[in-house]
Design a protein around this ligand. Structure first.
Ligand SMILES: Cc1ncc(C[n+]2csc(CCOP(=O)(O)OP(=O)(O)O)c2C)c(N)n1
Ligand SMILES: [Mg+2]
Length: 385
């Protein structure tokens, strides 16, 4: 497995992080992932045919987000909008090893994660456009994409707000003895929130089936992580005795292999896990921010785009091994563009919610089982498909 892993428990985690140095796994560096391996497919256990599917999916995520940027620029999308370009390897590598009934919950940079979890690109784009056919009926927007049917539980705008919710979902999974895991994404800024620490403690005490994933892109808006923390990311769940590991998210095969193994461990009752996924965003924090800004050197951005683009890394691995040529790649890209265009057309054609929608889904209702809360035995909320 192409990762560093801490031993369970406080001392183990701290020692490991210290001994490996601050950046034990640097995103994009060949020696830390399958990229540098002689046969990355063998090393990761991901056969080339499956790697081609992963490449197709990542191309879709990239093209989809490019269409989002365009639509935003011409005013078709309003409100906050955070692009995932550069971090596609995390969406594909962490979510694809899951099974359909596993849960995913995330923060606000979640468009491609929703697609990776099976939400239709059409429904994601329509949500961004604020239209009735959107995943949340057009009332959630970019930061609040939900699908109960796909077990994609949002889309949360409060930094770290989804982490205690993930613990709650994982508690439900355990209580009902369901064979599932909960994957909870958060940004690097979330680990300094109080809710994160409360949730880690409860997850550890109750041995919940949750994988807490930090998409560590080094910055929270314009603030570098090492300016707001005196300890390394990998130590953050150590006080609770949660096993932690790190992987290079720009190397999708290494990420996939890592999460395939982790999901198996957690599914089999191994308790919670914490993963520091090193990654990098190629765009500004949001659509209203400049791409590099003054908070990170342009050279750093260029170096990452040049040497650690997750799509280019996998493309190179497939081409080097003779599993992909230019024509096949072009055909895959055409397909990714076609689906993205279809999503834009679908969103454009979908109506705006009417004024009556203002009063829908505002109050909780008691369902047929006499329960106030959505408990899985009632109906999935409308638009949750
Ligand atoms: C509790 C809270 N505080 C502040 C904000 C404003 N805010 C929005 S995004 C963000 C930075 C989060 O960065 P990170 O968690 O690293 O995620 P990334 O944007 O890098 O994906 C901040 C401070 C917020 N949404 N919620
Ligand atoms: Mg960040």
């Amino acid at each position: 497995m192409a990762d560093t892993k801490t031993k369970k428990g406080k001392a183990g985690a701290v020692d490991s992080a210290k001994s490996k140095g601050k950046d034990a796994v640097e995103p994009g560096r060949a020696e830390n992932g399958a990229r540098g391996a002689k046969d990355p497919f063998k090393a990761s256990g991901v056969p080339p045919e499956q790697a081609l599917d992963i490449l197709q999916d990542m191309l879709l995520y990239r093209r989809f987000e490019e269409r989002v940027e365009e639509a935003y620029a011409i005013g078709k999308i309003g409100g906050f909008c955070h692009i995932h370009i550069g971090q596609e390897g995390v969406a594909a590598g962490t979510i694809q090893p899951l099974v359909e009934d596993d849960y995913v919950i995330s923060a606000y940079r979640e468009h491609t994660q929703a697609i990776a979890k099976g939400v239709e690109p059409n429904a994601v784009m329509a949500e961004l456009f604020g239209r009735v056919d959107g995943a949340s009926g057009g009332k959630g927007g970019s930061m609040h994409i939900f699908s109960a049917a796909r077990r994609f539980m949002g889309g949360h705008g409060i930094v770290g707000g989804q982490v205690p919710l993930a613990a709650g979902i994982a508690w439900k999974v355990k209580y009902r003895k369901e064979p599932n895991v909960v994957l909870c994404f958060m940004g690097d800024a979330a680990v300094n929130q109080g809710g994160f620490h409360e949730a880690m403690n409860m997850a550890a005490v109750w041995e919940l089936p949750a994988i807490f994933v930090v998409e560590n892109n080094k910055y929270g808006m314009g603030t570098a992580f090492d300016r707001v923390s005196t300890t390394d990311m990998i130590t953050k769940a150590a006080p609770y005795g949660i096993e932690a590991s790190t992987v290079n998210g720009q190397d999708v095969l290494a990420t996939y292999a890592h999460f395939r193994d982790l999901a198996e461990e957690v599914r089999n009752g191994g308790g919670p896990r914490f993963v520091d996924v090193k990654c990098y965003r190629f765009r500004g924090h949001s659509m209203s921010d400049p791409v590099s800004g003054t908070y990170r050197p342009t050279e750093e951005l260029e170096e990452m785009k040049e040497g650690a683009d997750p799509i280019a890394v996998l493309r190179g691995q497939l081409m080097d091994a003779g599993h992909l040529d230019k024509e096949a790649l072009e055909a895959m890209d055409v397909e990714a563009r076609r689906i993205s265009q279809e999503a834009v057309d679908f969103a454009d054609a979908s109506p705006q919610p009417g004024p009556e929608a203002l009063y829908a889904h505002v109050w909780a209702e008691i369902n047929e089982n006499g329960r106030l809360f959505f408990d899985g035995r009632g109906q999935a909320p409308e638009g949750g498909g």
